[in-house]
Ligand binder design. Structure first.
Ligand SMILES: Nc1ncnc2c1ncn2[C@@H]1O[C@H](COP(=O)(O)OP(=O)(O)OP(=O)(O)O)[C@@H](O)[C@H]1O
Ligand SMILES: [Mg+2]
Length: 439
């Protein structure tokens, strides 16, 4: 149970607030004065502190200042009188986590509190597996497999669509393995010209070819006893495939132009967004190499096959980018989340990460709304959901929903909304009034 300290002198507000908070599962302590609050803070520990600005013997910011000297992290929220923007600004400067304007909107307050209490309890180890976020059964299974293969020393092939986290997972395997203190070195097989692949992998001796002015070690030597990550291995042409196969089999190689046999001590992890078995069938990938690199096969499911991970990932990225941009955005509203859940994410987690990054830039409020999301993903609902909606709503509800959606799309610009809806601005205003859609 989360423990809250409520500092507020108005008896009526205390009565209502403490009741609402208790009903929502918080344990509430109350202080009516600054002195009482300081005593309670000294002798107890709280998950959240919620303080009024004006108190009989001081103000909330004075408490905040004293509190922050010993505790930098516990969320401290200040309630400011309506319109007192100066107080709010000062509170934020002094380290308040959030300010709440009076009159208090209780629904909103509860959302804010639940956000901060969730934040103070970090994602569990099963939801955040060494920086890989996911709670879907498919990801949980993958986390298990990663734990197991990290303990072995066999080659691993990671297969997944673009943006599913192949490199993230390769790095996690390295970090969890006994090779963690040695280097993790990556080669992007699609980015290296054919004639340079050998050079990249094995290095060269001085004078090996024109321009080879000195000895240079390749990626295998750079990786030492660590991990060599062969990214996009499906793009590797047949000739370098033979060279790679040889080093995997013999565990030794020559630098280009060299005569000394050098041991290859690294572990090989490969990744592909192609179906290698099919490439083998088409004669584009060597079958013997395929078996060598594929001792353990990990498949990362695309995001659309594990949509239950979307809210978790979206909030994770929201927190990350809010921090980077120094913004106080605490949530994603339900209609924006609905859009995220409905979209198919061809670019997978990377695309979701970019969408949230953009939303944080666009958002000038404390919650992400549909119009902050990239236009590309705000596309229309599929006809089947629309059909289901028609069956469960009446015409007036539907009209209200459509007007609301269009208003969101044009950022509540009534002239634009009226134009889009094909009605006059006056008609729009009347409808907004009737539907209670006035902001
Ligand atoms: N499960 C996840 N949890 C947290 N972040 C993730 C997750 N999956 C992917 N990411 C993030 O998404 C981005 C893309 O991941 P990564 O580069 O590992 O994908 P990839 O499969 O290698 O993509 P590509 O095929 O395009 O190279 C990175 O910023 C990564 O941190
Ligand atoms: Mg990659």
């Amino acid at each position: 149970m989360q423990r809250i300290l409520l500092i507020e002198d108005e008896k009526n507000v205390v009565k209502i607030l403490s009741k609402i908070l208790q009903e929502n599962g918080y344990q509430v302590d109350i202080a009516f004065k600054k002195e009482e609050a300081l005593n309670l803070i000294n002798s107890n520990s709280y998950d959240i502190i919620l303080s009024d600005f004006q108190l009989p013997d001081g103000n909330g910011i004075e408490i905040l200042e004293i509190f922050r000297k010993k505790d930098k992290d516990t969320p401290f929220l200040i309630i400011t009188a309506y319109g007192s923007i100066n107080g709010a600004v000062e509170a934020m400067k002094k380290g308040a986590t959030h300010y709440i304007a009076k009159p208090i909107d209780f629904d909103n307050l509860l959302k804010i509190l639940s956000f901060y209490s969730e934040k103070s309890k970090p994602l569990t180890e099963t939801e955040n597996f060494h920086g890989i976020i996911g709670k879907s059964p498919k990801m949980q299974e993958l986390f298990q497999e990663i734990s197991i293969v990290s303990k072995s020393d066999s080659t691993v092939l990671i297969e997944g669509e673009s943006g599913t986290g192949k490199e993230l997972i390769a790095k996690a395997i390295h970090k969890l393995s006994k090779r963690a203190d040695e280097p993790f070195v990556a080669i992007n097989c699609s980015a290296i010209p054919l004639e340079l692949f050998e050079n990249e992998l094995f290095g060269h001796e001085k004078g090996a070819y024109t321009g080879a002015v000195g000895r240079e070690v390749g990626k295998i030597e750079l990786a030492r006893e660590g991990t060599l990550f062969l990214d996009e291995i499906g793009e590797l042409p047949l000739y370098p495939q033979a060279k790679l196969l040889r080093v995997l089999q013999e565990k030794e190689f020559y630098r280009v132009g060299g005569t000394e046999l050098i041991p290859a001590n690294c572990r090989f992890i490969s990744a592909t967004n192609k179906n290698l078995e099919q490439l083998v069938e088409e004669g584009k990938f060597r079958e013997d190499l395929f078996y060598r690199i594929n001792v353990v096969h990990l498949r990362i499911p695309p995001l659309r096959e594990r949509k239950e991970d979307i809210p978790l990932l979206a909030k994770y990225f929201l927190e990350k980018f809010s921090k980077i941009d120094d913004k106080e955005i605490y949530d994603i509203d339900s209609s924006a989340m609905e859009i995220l859940l409905e979209y198919d994410w061809p670019g997978n987690v990377r695309e979701l990460e970019n969408a949230i990054e953009r939303a944080v830039v666009m958002c000038q409020e404390d919650i992400v709304k549909p119009h902050h999301l990239p236009p590309r993903i705000q596309k229309k609902k599929s006809s089947s959901t629309l059909k289901a909606e028609i069956e469960t709503t009446n015409l007036l509800d539907l009209e209200k929903k459509i007007i609301h959606k269009v208003l969101e799309e044009v950022n509540w610009n009534q002239t634009k909304a009226a134009e889009k809806l094909g009605i006059s601005r006056k008609q729009l205003r009347t409808k907004m009034k009737n539907f209670g859609l006035l902001k």
